[in-house]
Design a protein around this ligand. Structure first.
Ligand code: C5P
Length: 215
């Protein structure tokens, strides 16, 4: 069974998808981590990010290994390094070109083959797994997502104003929604869960109910 969870940045997809997968005994795939790992690797290797051909070559040669909560790039664990603001602000160079998306789409399908899996990202229900058994679109208002993100950052010792978080988030939303291939949108047959005012437990329950309604 394939369960896809798509939605905008800050909707809490990763933690909810991980929890739901654990509860169901399914594998879990964070596809954003794959885009992040290629971005991080290209930056570290000094690949000019505006050189699409060079980036495609890098992405094609890179060996990504996903193991439930850890991502390795060419045999090295990069799970921490991929979460920096510098990587986040450069992801569009990797996420925009259709050749790179095609390469990662293939890998995502290979990872899911023959397994029960919860996979989360932006295009899982629309492009990567159009025949998924259950498609969920997890979202919340920009203000609510920014508030949650600000709290996460504060917990990690980074005091950032709400305006700053909201501006960065709006920028990412725009980039994700305007992409030519794999743009952020709910699949026509997705169950949309609007999480404003819900706590993480309530969101998890809503997602589990949605999955059970697909059985
Ligand atoms: O989910 P996360 O915020 O880690 O994803 C990082 C970025 O990777 C997203 O903002 C988006 O631009 C890109 N992405 C994508 N397609 C996916 C997952 C992530 O384009 N399936």
């Amino acid at each position: 069974m394939i369960v896809t969870i798509d939605g905008p940045a800050g909707a809490g997809k990763s933690s909810i998808a991980r929890d739901v997968a654990e509860e169901l005994g399914f594998a879990f795939l964070d596809t954003g981590a794959m885009y992040r790992a290629i971005t991080f690797g290209a930056m570290r290797a000094g690949v000019p990010l505006d050189d699409v051909e060079a980036l495609v070559a890098f992405a094609t040669d890179a060996e990504l290994t996903w193991n439930d909560d850890r991502i390795d790039l060419d045999g090295q664990d990069v799970s921490e390094e991929i979460r920096t603001p510098a990587v986040t602000s450069n992801i569009r160079f990797v996420a925009d070109p259709s050749e790179i998306r095609g390469c990662l789409t293939e890998q995502q399908r290979r990872i899911a083959r023959g397994r029960d899996i919860v996979t989360e990202g932006r295009d899982q229900g629309t492009e990567v797994f159009p025949d998924a058994d259950c498609k969920i679109f997890l979202t919340a208002s920009p203000e609510e997502r920014a508030r949650r993100r600000q709290l996460q950052l504060a917990a990690a010792g980074r005091a950032v104003s709400l305006d700053e978080v909201l501006a960065a988030q709006n920028q990412r939303d725009q980039e994700d929604q305007l992409r030519e291939v794999g743009r952020l949108r709910a699949a026509d047959d997705a169950i949309v869960i609007q999480t404003d005012g819900m706590d993480p437990d309530q969101v998890k329950q809503a997602v589990l109910d949605a999955v059970r309604s697909c059985l």
